[in-house]
Design a protein around this ligand. Structure first.
Ligand SMILES: Nc1ncnc2c1ncn2[C@@H]1O[C@H](COP(=O)(O)OP(=O)(O)O)[C@@H](O)[C@H]1O
Ligand code: SF4
Ligand SMILES: [Mg+2]
Length: 340
């Protein structure tokens, strides 16, 4: 499997361009609706073979982004390019290919599956739908169950017989059996115990090499993202506020929101001056985002300009960027930061 096939050398596997998604939400008793800004002008790319971590608090738009990439939701504006092809302009064949090339693993992939189906049939189902020869299906299922670290005799059992970690392995097997190019993991380890989380993250690292996968790893948990992502994108209220390499994001975050998230996961050592930054205020509603910078209502270093003028996302040369008027300014000795 060579992901570079049919791709121009410099073309990323996935390019998300100025993507916005609004939901019309009912308000009041008279049938009126208001737009809920779930995604607001989101742009980033994922190169073939890399793992991009997408992190942000619950409700910031991560799953909406995943579903829009998968074309399960249509964008309000903007575009998604997969292997250089604009998916919104794609015909039925393009979308069929996309359904095979891009697979998703959810928090509990079994919740939507038939509990009366044996694991063999659950994994084989996408191939059966593609009408592949019986023998090829059997071979692929045998291979993939082994690749996700499960015994072949599990294939004859039903979903209820498995633990959370095993079920997630089966969910991954069902995705892998289609030999995807891009795997979207949406909170794929969030429901698991910490030790099982580590096992599944290790499995993802292994299969990533073996299957030459590109991964979009979505999680609200920054420590989990840190373990697996090559680059990290941070979302706040429907916008990407920072993108950088794993190392840069964790050692030298430029956006005050990224810095506050990181301060919450870093364990302070005895000699370090780092202290957890507690953000004040509630996350604003995506029905009514604040004027100016969306983070201004909680930002410890907001200035007057921040409340009137929305910062642009300024890209860096290394495919990163930050959305802030004063990036890197929040280099406080965290002792003196806004903490409660
Ligand atoms: N189908 C929908 N209709 C209306 N609002 C939605 C719908 N799906 C998501 N939302 C809203 O969009 C925002 C982003 O949701 P979501 O993408 O699920 O966030 P996350 O995955 O980061 O927790 C939330 O405010 C959520 O309530
Ligand atoms: S633009 Fe202003 S309010 Fe927004 S993150 Fe930067 S400093 Fe904070
Ligand atoms: Mg979600």
């Amino acid at each position: 499997m060579n992901q570079q096939q049919n791709i121009a050398p410099m073309e990323p596997l996935l390019r998300v361009q100025a993507l916005s998604k609004q939901f019309a939400v009912s308000v009041g008793r008279f049938g009126g609706t208001r737009p809920l800004h779930a995604l607001d002008n989101v742009s980033f790319l994922i190169n073939a073979g890399e793992c991009l971590g997408l992190v942000g608090e619950s409700g910031c738009g991560k799953s909406t982004l995943g579903r829009t990439i998968l074309q399960l939701l249509s964008p309000t504006s903007g575009a998604v390019f997969f292997q250089g092809q604009d998916l919104s302009a794609g015909d039925k064949k393009t979308i069929r290919t996309l359904r095979r090339d891009v697979q998703v693993v959810f928090q509990d992939p079994f919740s939507s599956l038939n509990p009366r189906m044996r694991v063999r049939d659950i994994i084989a189902e996408p191939l059966t739908n593609q009408k592949l020869p019986r023998r090829e299906i059997d071979e692929r299922v045998q291979q993939v169950i082994q690749d996700v670290g499960l015994r072949a005799d599990y294939l004859g059992r039903y979903p209820h017989a498995f633990s959370g970690g095993q079920r997630q392995r089966i969910g991954i097997a069902r995705a892998l059996v289609q030999r995807p190019k891009l795997l979207i993991c949406d909170e794929a380890v969030s429901a698991l115990d910490v030790s099982v989380q580590a096992q599944i993250l290790n499995l993802l690292q292994e299969i990533r090499q073996e299957y030459e996968l590109t991964i979009l790893f979505i999680s609200h948990n920054l420590s989990v993202v840190r373990h697996i992502a090559d680059r990290v994108a941070v979302m706040y209220l429907g916008q990407v506020v920072e993108i950088g390499s794993n190392e840069q994001i964790f050692s030298d975050p430029q956006h005050p929101y990224t810095r506050s998230l990181i301060s919450a996961v870093l364990e302070p050592t005895r000699n370090s001056k780092s202290k957890r930054i507690m953000l004040g205020g509630e996350i604003p509603s995506p029905l009514d985002p604040p004027p100016g910078c969306y983070f201004s209502t909680r930002c410890p270093i907001a200035i007057e300009r921040c409340r009137t003028e929305q910062p642009a996302f300024n890209e860096t040369e290394d495919q990163g960027g930050v959305r802030c008027h004063t990036p890197g300014e929040f280099k406080v000795d965290m002792k003196t930061s806004t903490s409660e």
